[in-house]
Design a protein around this ligand. Structure first.
Ligand code: 9UX
Length: 72
């Protein structure tokens, strides 16, 4: 099974920022695909919920220095 979620990301001010977040997320074990949209300040993630939790994903974004919340 694959879970799909949208996250709000704050603090990205240039294209290198969004690339950094996107690459960081795509390197995670269990991440199927992460796309980050700089202009929308949003990430779309598809991942295996048996390998990765939403909390893990948010911690990753935080560790890269950006703000993150789950889009309601
Ligand atoms: Mo350039 Mo984005 O330093 O932080 S990567 S603004």
């Amino acid at each position: 099974t694959v879970a799909e979620k949208e996250l709000n990301i704050t603090g990205m001010t240039c294209a290198a920022c969004s690339t950094r977040v996107e690459k960081g997320l795509n390197r995670m074990e269990g991440m199927e695909k992460a796309n980050v949209n700089l202009a929308l300040e949003r990430a779309t993630v598809s991942y295996d919920p048996e390998k990765l939790t939403l909390n893990d994903i948010q911690d990753k974004v935080s560790s890269l220095g950006y703000g993150v919340s789950v889009k309601k």
